[in-house]
Design a protein around this ligand. Structure first.
Ligand code: PEP
Ligand code: MN
Length: 340
């Protein structure tokens, strides 16, 4: 349920509403607009129902709306229909310009990450990605350079100014990653790791939440709800391909998810055409399609020598193909009324 405090409501009106919610043993989440303030109420349904009529009569209250979805704070109703912008340092995700996050699948050497960071920055990327802890299908595959990789990412940030996004796979890694990174990636395999989602919520850091390969859109939204329920509203959703019967590509990039998520939620939505296709030749066409479908950004893997990469070589772009893609994306972003 949400309470909309209308234009002209006072601080006292708002406090009275918050007190009433608290007294009923429910949780209030406040979202401030220019004129209106929206108070999202979460907790037991019966207690919420009992409050409904009383809240409706309180001074300053414009309306009280029941949210019928199982997810509440992530729903578009919660923001009053406004798009949320998630800031990662000085970069807004979900604002007018689309944001490209680029870098290697895994951080492998200092030179590799510094060189890639400079190249993607020059081509127009706004954030740097790079895996320090890698969720590999086989336990015998390269698992990542861990804290050494985090230090290299920080060096790359110092060199280029690009904020850093990297994955944490468990609660212990999360504690380490927040010391170095600017945004925490929660990977597809961990989308339903509820203790990790809660800790990511408590961290207060911007979270890049990837859709599980077998997760429905509703399950993705409920995963985001776990983070937001801890008071962290800085969540970016990422479509990265789902498992279907099709096996020509690594996954099937579900671009339906982009407009669906934008309709159901106020959170920014980005697309990962690298994991989504598994083939570098498909990355540019699907990146174009993602922006045309309304994505707020892209997550793209770039490696100076993809054929020597220690993970995901076949899907990584070279700095040159990345730069060529960025030029094409410029035109698409303009065509849909956005910059890049
Ligand atoms: C990645 O971004 O390198 C990655 C492992 O992503 P996902 O969790 O989507 O598979
Ligand atoms: Mn990868």
């Amino acid at each position: 349920m949400i309470v909309v405090l209308g234009a002209g409501h006072t601080y006292e009106h708002r406090q009275a509403v918050l007190r009433k919610i608290q007294d009923a043993g429910l949780q209030a989440h406040v979202s401030e607009g220019v004129e209106r303030t929206i108070v999202g109420i979460v907790g037991d349904s019966r207690s919420k129902e009992l409050l409904h009529d009383g809240l409706q009569l309180m001074p300053g209250v414009e309306t009280v709306v029941r949210i019928l979805h199982p997810y509440k704070l992530v729903s578009r109703e919660f923001s009053g229909g406004k798009d949320t912008v998630v800031w990662v340092r000085d970069i807004p995700i979900g604002a007018e310009s689309v944001v490209v996050i680029a870098g290697p699948c895994s951080v492998e050497t200092r030179e590799q990450v510094l060189q890639t960071a400079q190249a993607v920055k020059l081509a127009g990327a706004k954030l740097l990605r790079g895996g320090a802890f890698k969720p590999r299908t086989s336990p015998y595959s390269f698992q990542g350079l861990e804290e050494d990789a985090l230090k290299m990412l920080v060096e790359a940030r110092d060199l280029t100014g690009l904020p850093v996004v990297t994955e944490a796979m468990d609660n212990r890694q999360l504690e380490l990653v927040v010391k170095y990174a600017d945004m925490i990636q929660l990977g597809a395999r961990n989308m339903q790791n509820y203790t990790l989602l809660r800790d990511a919520g408590r961290s207060g850091y911007p979270i890049l939440l990837k859709r599980g390969p077998s997760a429905t859109i509703e399950e993705l939204l409920l995963a985001a709800e776990y983070i937001m329920a801890e008071g962290n509203h800085r969540v970016v959703l990422c479509e990265r391909g789902i498992r279907t019967f099709e096996n020509h590509t690594r996954y099937t990039l579900d671009l339906n998810a982009v407009p669906v998520l934008k309709q159901l939620s106020h959170l920014p939505v980005i697309v990962d055409p690298s994991q989504g296709t598994g083939k570098w030749k498909l990355v540019t066409p699907m990146a174009r399609a993602a922006l045309a479908a309304g994505a707020d950004g892209l997550l793209v893997e770039v490696h100076p020598e993809p054929d020597k990469a220690l993970s995901d070589g076949p899907q990584q772009l070279t700095p040159a193909t990345f730069a060529a893609m960025m030029q094409q994306l410029d035109a698409i972003a303009m065509a849909v009324g956005r910059g890049i």
